[in-house]
Write a protein that binds this ligand. Structure first.
Ligand SMILES: [Zn+2]
Length: 402
C-alpha cells in the first residue's frame, strides 16, 4: 500500500468553503433528483435549466447519461459527468435533502452519485448520523473535530490520485452520511464552535518531518482499551503508536455483550466467508476439501492481541479420521458474522451444551482511536474537548486550518 500520507491539499485551499466529495451510492440503476430551478450541467456546460419545481430521472450507460423530466416528455442524452445543482441550495435525492451539488457518473450500466458539499455543512449532517447531538457539548466537540480530521485526511489521500471522483464514502466504510435531513441546531452549534479545528500528527517522509492530518478513526465502545490500526486492517497509520486504557466506557450499553451461535451456523458462516474471501495464505492445501466435505469440530482463540483482544481464531475441521486447523485473523472472522453479531474482537469463546458456542465480549466497533462512549463520559465528568482528544489520540496536536 502507498505510504503517501502527506496532505495533498495546498494550505491556501484550507478555507471554510473547502468542499468534500461524498460518494452517496456506488452503483444504482436510476437516480431521481427533485428540486427548485434545477440546473443540469454536462461536462461543465449548462444542458438544461428548469424553473420552479422539477424532477428528473437519470439512467447511466457506459459514459452516457439520459436525463428524463418526469413532468414533461423532455429528455436529454448527455456525456458524463453530469452535474445537478439548485440555486436554492438543496436537492432532493432518493427522498432525502442534500446540499449544493450532485455529480452523476456511470459505472457500467449503473450510476454513481457523489455529493459535493462544503465540509462544514457535511459535518452538520454527520453529527446525528454518526453520533448524537444530544450528547454533552464537550464530547460532541471532540467528536466533531475527530470527524472533520478524518474527512480532511481522506480528502488529502483521494487527491493524490487526480482521476478520483470522490473523497469519502457515505457508509460505515468511512463515515455514515445521509444528507441534511438530520441536521439540527445543536449539531450546527458544535460544528460552528470547532470550525476549522483538525488534529495533526507528526509524520516523517524521506527524512523530512511534517505535520499531517491524522486518520482519526473512532468507534462506539472500546471495552477497556483501544487497538492499533495495523491489528484491524493490517496497515499502520501515523499517529497511532500507543493504545490507551479506557476506564470511561463502562457506562456504554455494549460494554459487555454475548452471542450464542450453533455449530451448524458457525460452519455455514465460515464456509461462506471462505467462499467470499478465498483461503488464507497460511492454510494447508487441503483446507477447501475439508471445508467442503468435513465437519466443524471446534474453535478457539489462538492468538491474543492488545490488552486481551482476540487477534486470531482457529477453527478445527474433521474429515474422516483427519483433522485440520485453520487460523483466521479475528477482525476477518468478526466481519464474516457481521458487526451486529460479534460487536468487537474483544471476546472469549466457550462451548456450551448441544453444539452451541458462546461469545462473551466487551465493547463495540474496531477499537481504534476515539471511544465515543468513553468520550461521552469524559465530557460529563468535566474533561475538555482537547483533553478528550489528547487522551484517545496521544501525541496529536489540534490546529485551526481555517
Ligand atoms: Zn472506551
Amino acid at each position: 500500500m502507498s505510504l503517501a500520507f502527506g496532505a495533498k491539499i495546498p494550505p491556501q485551499e484550507y478555507t471554510s468553503q473547502i468542499r468534500i466529495r461524498v460518494r452517496l451510492t456506488e452503483a444504482i440503476p436510476r437516480v431521481r433528483v427533485r428540486g427548485f430551478d434545477l440546473r443540469i450541467h454536462e461536462m461543465a456546460k449548462v444542458a438544461a435549466r428548469t424553473d420552479g419545481l422539477s424532477e428528473w430521472e437519470l439512467t447511466c450507460f457506459h459514459g452516457m447519461i439520459r436525463a428524463i423530466s418526469t413532468h414533461s416528455v423532455k429528455w436529454l442524452d448527455l456525456h458524463e459527468p453530469v452535474t445537478v445543482e439548485s440555486p436554492a441550495g438543496f436537492l432532493n435525492f432518493q427522498n432525502r435533502p442534500f446540499r449544493q451539488i450532485l455529480h452523476i457518473s456511470s459505472v457500467g450500466s449503473q450510476c454513481e452519485v457523489v455529493n459535493e458539499v462544503e465540509l462544514e455543512k457535511y459535518l452538520d449532517g454527520l453529527v446525528n448520523a454518526e453520533f448524537s447531538a444530544k450528547w454533552n457539548a464537550k464530547a460532541m466537540a471532540a467528536q466533531v473535530i475527530a470527524a472533520r480530521t478524518y474527512a480532511v485526511h481522506r480528502m488529502g489521500q483521494a487527491r493524490l490520485n487526480p482521476g478520483s471522483r470522490f473523497d469519502i464514502d457515505a457508509t460505515v466504510r468511512d463515515q455514515v452520511y445521509d444528507g441534511s435531513m438530520r441536521e439540527d441546531f445543536r449539531a450546527s452549534r458544535a460544528v460552528d464552535r470547532t470550525r476549522g479545528l483538525v488534529l495533526m500528527t507528526q509524520f516523517q517522509e524521506k527524512g523530512e518531518k511534517k505535520w499531517i492530518p491524522l486518520k482519526a478513526f473512532y468507534h462506539s465502545t472500546c471495552g477497556g482499551a483501544t487497538e492499533f490500526p495495523e491489528r484491524v486492517w493490517g496497515n499502520p497509520y501515523p499517529g497511532f503508536k500507543k493504545v490507551v486504557r479506557c476506564p470511561f466506557c463502562a457506562v456504554s450499553p455494549s460494554f459487555r455483550w454475548s452471542a450464542e451461535i450453533s455449530n451448524s451456523q458457525m460452519a455455514e458462516v465460515v464456509q461462506r466467508g471462505v467462499a467470499q474471501d478465498g483461503v488464507q495464505r497460511n492454510w494447508p492445501k487441503a483446507a477447501l476439501e475439508f471445508l467442503r466435505h468435513g465437519t466443524l469440530a471446534s474453535l478457539f482463540v489462538s492468538r491474543w492481541g492488545t490488552e486481551g483482544r482476540a487477534a486470531q481464531v482457529t477453527v478445527v475441521w474433521h474429515w474422516g479420521q483427519s483433522e485440520i486447523q485453520l487460523p483466521i485473523p479475528a477482525p476477518r472472522f468478526r466481519g464474516w458474522f457481521g458487526a451486529s453479531v460479534l460487536r468487537s474482537t474483544f471476546f472469549q469463546i466457550s462451548p456450551i451444551s448441544q453444539g452451541h458456542w458462546r461469545f462473551d465480549g466487551r465493547g463495540s466497533g474496531h477499537g481504534v482511536g476515539l471511544c465515543q462512549w468513553g468520550a461521552k463520559n469524559m465530557g460529563e465528568r468535566g474533561y475538555s474537548a482537547a483533553s478528550i482528544l489528547h487522551y484517545y489520540y496521544p501525541g496529536s496536536t489540534i490546529r485551526k486550518l481555517w
